[in-house]
Ligand binder design. Structure first.
Ligand code: GDP
Ligand code: MG
Length: 306
């Protein structure tokens, strides 16, 4: 270790912050705001976050490493169970756990289950009541009091991930409560998520945004080729996997119009994100049963036997 590194480690903090909460609580929105870059996928549809994605923020000498978990919800199928297990694992490894609750929705079965999980696991958490822009103050206070009856929260914050109300205070609190230690990631690193996964997530978001309810959330995107050219351009080849021929037809659209629109939207965002010219090639393939395919689970970093 050089002298400067040793010096730095004495007055820096660093640690993992797990953001947990029911689907749609606003976890991805907050993460994107805090990490300052679109790393996790925000979408009006529930359960779109499959892989655990890291966002990193440096704040007042602290490096905060955020873990965006898939929503912790009632597991029905195998994939759901793997996601829930990954989410709890993320929370277990973390230095701080931030529970986001949609203040408009209040305490429902999802929130109840998470509270029980925290209490049974003897985990302390920080409560962020989100979407305060939608709710009257009196209702907020009532909800905060009720949630605190569970005895698992060290602190309560009222925030709006949308208007950024209260987010600064929350961030300062998180930074102050991480353990002392050297930073784990280089200063300029926003995420350790491989570029390929990031690129897949972008296309998957466009797919869902453009097709709305027509496509089951089982559709997935994989980046199969990634070629960088001397002039800085990158050529990305991706496959959109669906489960049935009828779904393939929906994704392609009449005369290929739909997939061209998806590709164009994804390409535009990829160019902005990677700050270089992107040539994007999309293919649609039918792969039945991918939902239960152990390979997919491994590729997403999930445990097939959860
Ligand atoms: P996640 O499933 O917990 O990751 O939730 P998302 O971040 O994807 O957000 C779900 C929906 O809630 C999106 O439509 C967001 O724009 C919206 N949302 C998130 N935070 C707020 C907030 O503070 N106020 C309002 N009004 N909407 C929000
Ligand atoms: Mg999300």
């Amino acid at each position: 270790m050089t002298e400067t590194e040793a010096d730095r480690s004495t007055d820096t903090r660093c640690g993992y912050v797990a953001i947990i909460g029911a689907p749609n609580a606003g976890k991805s929105t907050l993460l994107n705001l805090l990490a300052g870059s679109k790393l996790s996928i925000v979408s009006p549809k529930v359960q779109t976050t499959r892989a655990r994605v890291l966002g990193i923020r440096i704040e007042g000498g602290a490096q905060l490493i955020f873990v965006d978990t898939p929503g912790i919800f009632a597991p029905r199928r195998r994939l759901d169970r793997a996601m829930v297990s990954a989410a709890w694992e993320g929370a277990g490894d973390a230095d701080l756990v931030l529970l986001m609750v949609d203040a408009e929705r209040g305490i429902d079965a999802d929130v109840d289950r998470i509270l029980t999980g925290l209490r049974d696991g003897n985990r302390k958490a920080i409560l962020a009541l989100n979407k305060v822009d939608l709710v009257r103050r009196s209702k907020l206070l009532e909800l905060a009091a009720k949630l605190n009856e569970a005895g698992v929260f060290t602190d309560t914050f009222m925030i709006s991930a949308l208007t950024e109300d209260g987010v600064g205070d929350l961030l300062a609190h998180l930074a102050k409560h991480l353990p002392e230690g050297p930073w784990l990631f280089p200063e300029d690193q926003l995420s350790d998520v491989p570029m390929r996964l990031l690129a897949s997530e972008i296309t998957r978001e466009k797919l869902f945004l453009q097709l709305h309810q027509e496509l089951p959330y089982a559709a997935t995107v994989e980046t199969e080729t990634w070629e960088e050219f001397e002039n800085g351009d990158v050529r990305i080849g991706q496959v959109i996997f669906v489960q049935r021929d009828s779904q393939r037809a929906i994704v392609l659209g009449k005369g290929g119009r739909q997939i061209r629109a998806i590709g164009e939207a994804a390409r535009t965002e990829l160019q902005e994100m990677f700050e270089r010219k992107v040539h994007l090639f999309l293919h649609v393939k039918v792969r039945e049963q991918w939902v239960d395919d152990p390979e997919r689970f491994r590729a997403m970093g999930l445990d097939h036997n959860a």
